[in-house]
Design a protein around this ligand. Sequence first.
Ligand SMILES: [Zn+2]
Length: 136
Amino acid sequence: MMINVLNIDGQQLTPCVLDRAWREVNRARAIWINEETIQLLYNPFLYRDYRKTALKRDRYTCLWCGRSGTTVDHIIPSSKGGSDLPRNLLAACMECNTKRGSRSAFSYFRERVFSSPNRMKLLYRILKANYHHQVN
Ligand SMILES: [Zn+2]
């Protein structure tokens, strides 16, 4: 069963499978409009740009461990209302992204503090993202 996908402005996007639709809704990135339609709460085209901006800014280096990073990690998780703006994103390797899971960035930071080569930068980013999250 394919689910219709509407963009934030109501524009029709490519339909997706049910699993994918539920995943978007569970991450608070979309809402059900009816049984066969979801509407995204973000612009996926902009998000693609934000991801690229964040990865480039961090030079494709995982801020948690210093290895090559090709995924983005949300400092404030999407499920907790964290934004998709670059300031809430970090370049991360798949392993750190998976290990952290849905834990808070502070909790994972404490665990990694002695092995992160970028700890001051990382702490600054986490504090900044939390600041913006509370202000908005
Ligand atoms: Zn890593």
